[in-house]
Write a protein that binds this ligand. Structure first.
Ligand code: KG4
Ligand code: ZN
Length: 325
């Protein structure tokens, strides 16, 4: 049993999060302060607003996570923090907090890639998934198919050429007047609608890549022809049909990738993994625990278990990165 204590910090987008995980993968606390409401009035995340809010929230959120885990600050053995990809100003708030905590106690620090973090959400919970597996990562910022052959042995097989799957959900929700972020709202409304009411096409691009921007345009043209009253009457059918098209695209490509790589186990992570239509369509796949699908710091601490830490004080010059490395 590895009872060492890892404090994870995540501030890559609009969630300020901290969590405590043990070296053997027990989740002791998981605190997420979402800024979604703050950004809703702008219809999307405003980077500068996000950075400022992270600055206000990071200390209380870390304190909360330690309190809930019943671990004093001096009981932390390793600090893990998201290094990228994400909004640089937002990432720097988490990185600075992590450096300060680690440096003051001469602790090691693990910089974690946000996408590896999403994958590592599978290693927590009651039924942890172990490699090898094929991972579909579908979030607001990314859509990736990754062959995870072992911890530390990953190959990206496909990605989106334009919008991410979560972004397609959010843009669709906006066109349907459902607010931001809209994935969960489409999911709820789709349950009352008829998925065969509208036939939305999904682009088939070569290889194992995805493309969702045409789908959003198709919804735009459909909605444009409707009066407000007609839209009210058809909103649930439109949500169901739109969701169906996204899910079908994700499932088709994932099955193709599984066949090509001969990876028998399929696992799904990221915010879109919370979607009930996707969960039903890939019923044989493993899904990240629901509370660990959207951004959180537990997955960051979880990933740190499989990465080499930087020893004090080598991490002081550590910088954030904005895009997929
Ligand atoms: O992983 P995540 O929290 O952030 C990124 O790293 O991007 O994912 C957020 C995305 C948003 O686009 C949100 O609309 C979507 O996940 N999402 C959903 C659902 N819950 C969250 N999409 C579809 N159905 C859901 N139930
Ligand atoms: Zn994410």
């Amino acid at each position: 049993m590895d009872t060492s204590v890892i404090l994870g910090i995540e501030t890559s987008c609009d969630e300020t999060a901290a969590a405590v995980v043990t070296g053997d993968g027990r989740l002791l606390s998981n605190v997420v302060a979402s800024q979604a409401e703050l950004h809703a009035r702008y219809g999307g995340v405003v980077p500068e607003v996000a950075s400022r809010r992270h600055l206000e929230l990071v200390s209380p959120v870390v304190r909360d996570a330690l309190e809930q885990a019943d671990v004093p600050l001096d009981g932390v053995d390793t600090v893990a923090v998201t290094q990228g990809p994400g909004l640089v100003g937002a990432l720097l708030v988490g990185i600075s907090a992590a450096k300060a905590i680690a440096w003051a106690r001469r602790l090691p620090l693990v910089p974690v890639d946000h996408l590896q973090g999403h994958v590592a959400s599978l290693y927590l919970g009651d039924e942890p998934v172990e490699p090898p597996f094929l991972c579909l990562l579908a979030s607001g910022g990314h859509t990736l198919l990754i062959a995870v052959r072992a911890h530390g042995d990953r190959e990206i097989l496909g990605t989106t050429l334009d919008d991410a799957a979560g972004e397609a959900f959010d843009k669709g929700a906006r066109l349907l007047g459902l607010g931001y972020p809209g994935g969960a709202a489409i999911d709820r409304l789709a349950r009352q609608g008829d998925a065969s009411a509208h036939d939305f096409p999904v682009a088939r691009v070569p290889g194992l890549d995805f493309s969702f921007s045409g789908l959003k345009t198709a919804l735009y043209y459909t909605v444009r022809e409707l009066t407000p009253t007609e839209l009210d009457g058809r909103r649930a059918d439109l949500a169901a049909s739109y969701q169906h098209a996204i899910v079908r695209a994700l499932v088709d490509r994932t099955r193709e990738a599984a066949a090509r790589t001969k990876l028998e186990k399929i696992a799904v992570v990221g915010g879109v993994a919370a979607n009930s239509g996707l969960r039903a369509a890939l019923s044989d796949a493993a899904f990240a625990p629901l509370e660990l699908c959207t951004d959180n710091a537990a997955m960051i601490a979880s990933a740190a278990r499989f990465s080499r830490p930087l020893q004090y004080p080598r991490y002081l010059a550590l910088d954030a990165y904005a895009s997929l490395s």
